[in-house]
Design a protein around this ligand. Structure first.
Ligand code: KIV
Length: 286
């Protein structure tokens, strides 16, 4: 199985192949997604909300990201693994961005990193790329700064906001981002941005005309039930399946129908005399 590289991904733009990206947070899920043929595994900072139980992605730390990114890298053979830089890990200075970005490659085995923002993060992106860290940008709805954007809302709805998003996309391309995630923007705007920049645009809630599509795996498998964004399609309904399976287990251990002989180990000898033998040995010692 040939490993997908950043160069391969760039070459997918303009081909007939739609780039597939899903999030992953651990080795076993990464292995399943990789085997299924997903091109890109994003260790998203959505980790905070879907796995770690935070209310937003803001509290997620570098150590948490590296821990999970390492697991995903170990579970992956073919897909490109992207480590998502958490809030506060690249905003302080270009040096800070490079110091943290390189950790994703050195310590977690990622192939590249992703970070959120447009023109305001271009210095960090340029620094990372020059330091040898491939960067995927992320514009549109940027969950780390959702507060500033007025919540988890569709971005680029009017002409001025659309112009700014197009400028952000071009600026990120110019400083060396190899691809962009475009989140929650009107489909016609996503189509224009996809046509106007030379790097792959991977959409989430950005309509059908992007070069690729990404979803949070827990959303598309129906594992995360707290809220379901409009752009999510559930391809499985694992949450009710899991609850049903666990309830069956609880019932069976109470009624004694699990474990049966099938799930138990036989002995080599007959142990019925074991306790008598012990008692006799104790008596002899006394
Ligand atoms: O963190 C994440 O899962 C993401 C996706 C929503 C693209 O950034």
């Amino acid at each position: 199985m040939k490993k997908i590289t950043v160069k391969d991904l760039r070459e997918m733009k303009g081909s007939n192949h739609v780039i597939s990206m899903l999030t992953a947070y651990d080795a076993s899920m990464a292995h399943l997604l990789d085997q299924a043929g997903v091109d890109v595994l994003l260790v998203g900072d959505s980790l905070g909300m879907v796995v770690l139980g935070y209310d937003s992605t803001v509290p997620v730390t570098m150590e948490e990201m590296l821990h999970h990114a390492g697991a995903v890298s170990r579970g992956t053979e073919r897909a490109l693994v992207v480590g998502d830089m958490p809030f506060g890990s690249y905003q302080v200075s270009v040096e800070q961005a490079i110091a943290n970005g390189t950790r994703f490659l050195k310590e977690a085995g990622c192939d590249c990193v992703k970070l959120e923002g447009g023109e305001e993060v271009c210095a960090a992106v340029r620094g990372l790329v020059r330091a040898g860290v491939p960067v995927m940008g992320h514009i549109g709805l940027t969950p780390q700064t959702a507060g500033q954007l007025g919540g988890f809302k569709v971005q680029g709805k009017d002409m001025e906001a659309a112009r700014q998003l197009l400028a952000d996309a071009k600026a990120l391309e110019a400083v060396g981002a190899f691809a962009l995630t475009l989140e929650a923007v009107p489909a016609p705007l996503a189509k224009i941005i996809t046509q106007e920049v030379a790097v792959p645009i991977i959409g989430i809630g950005a309509g059908p005309d992007c070069d690729g599509q990404v979803l949070v795996v827990n959303d598309m498998l129906g594992l995360f039930e707290k809220f379901i964004p409009k752009f999510v399609k559930q391809y499985c309904h694992l949450a009710p399946d899991i609850k049903q399976g666990v309830q069956a287990y609880l019932q069976e251990i109470q009624e004694g129908s699990f474990p049966t002989e099938q799930h138990s180990f036989a002995a080599k000898e007959d142990f019925s005399g074991l306790l008598n033998q012990e008692k006799e040995e104790k008596k002899e010692r006394e």
